[in-house]
Ligand binder design. Structure first.
Ligand code: ATP
Ligand code: MG
Length: 263
């Protein structure tokens, strides 16, 4: 196997609130190989965003190790971490996080401000906007774009530094199902044609189904790590066996007017 782009070893992130401790990520080991397209699932509060932020070097773990391209980043300074993010990692957020006063090209070029100067920045931004199907929207501001278009600008921005890996936290959460499906198809194309490694946090089994690997979290731990074709693949998509599943099914039955236990 190729050297993993990201390798988490017994990663822990514990938040302290007064005397209370929240084990947001509670001992996760995970290898992500170059070229993977994978989903991270799990119910609300299971640690998905925390894990993504750890993998993206936005958060420092309480303990454990994270290696990017085979090198541990645990001892890195803040500046070194910023340089690693800049060079290797692209982020896409649920709320797009575009700058309202900037047009699409300027938004895509934003990460270039923090790295080495590139004279081809503007051309690069336009090329990426073309790639995500927005060639005719380059001068539009976010308020002049639909939700799906804004998210495509955000994806172009995540790609502007040629990252090894794109980490997307519920990128389709704000989109209707057709727009979400288009976006997914686009991410898949980037993955296949450009070899970009993509990690998508999602609640949507339809989104997860279109990836090649699903990692499911519960209480900050990995409970399933399944690849397409594995026996566990279907169960990983459905979250079978999760405590919430039973509770949700009972609630759905109650809402449907049937007594619990007699579904
Ligand atoms: N800054 C923080 N301080 C204290 N606790 C936190 C902090 N950030 C997250 N947590 C807690 O850590 C746990 C995991 O949070 P996280 O945001 O990773 O969950 P998630 O799986 O992304 O949930 P969602 O699907 O709702 O986005 C939650 O119990 C949350 O309350
Ligand atoms: Mg989250």
């Amino acid at each position: 196997m190729n050297q993993p782009i990201l390798r988490a070893s017994d990663l822990v992130k514990t938040y302290r609130r007064g005397t209370a401790e929240v084990h947001a990520v509670d001992g996760i080991s995970l290898e992500i190989a170059p070229g993977e397209l994978m989903a991270i699932m799990g119910r609300s509060g299971s640690g998905k965003t925390t894990l993504l932020d750890l993998l993206g070097c936005l958060l420092r773990p309480t303990s454990g190790d994270l290696a990017v391209d085979g090198s541990s980043v645990i001892g890195a300074s803040d500046g070194e971490l910023a340089a690693i993010r800049q060079a290797r990692i692209g982020f896409v957020f649920q709320e797009f996080n575009l700058i309202p006063a900037l047009n699409a090209v300027e938004n895509v070029m934003l990460p270039l401000r923090y790295g080495p100067r590139r004279r081809d920045g503007q051309a690069r931004a336009r090329e990426l906007l073309m790639l995500v199907g927005l060639a005719d929207r380059v001068n539009h501001r976010p308020s002049e774009l639909s939700g799906g278009e804004q998210q495509r600008v955000a994806i172009a921005r995540a790609l502007v530094n040629d990252p090894g890996v794109v980490l997307a936290d519920e990128p389709t959460g704000e989109l209707d199902s057709t727009t979400a499906a288009d976006l997914l198809a686009m991410l898949r194309r980037l993955n296949v044609e450009r070899g970009v490694t993509i990690v998508i946090v999602t609640h949507d089994p339809g989104v997860a189904r279109s990836t090649d690997r699903v990692v499911r979290l519960s209480d900050g731990r990995v409970v399933t790590d399944a690849r397409r074709g594995d026996g566990a693949w279907r169960a990983a998509l459905d979250g079978e066996g999760e405590r919430e599943g039973g509770a949700l099914a009972r609630l759905a039955a109650r809402i449907a007017g049937r007594a619990p236990g007699r579904v």
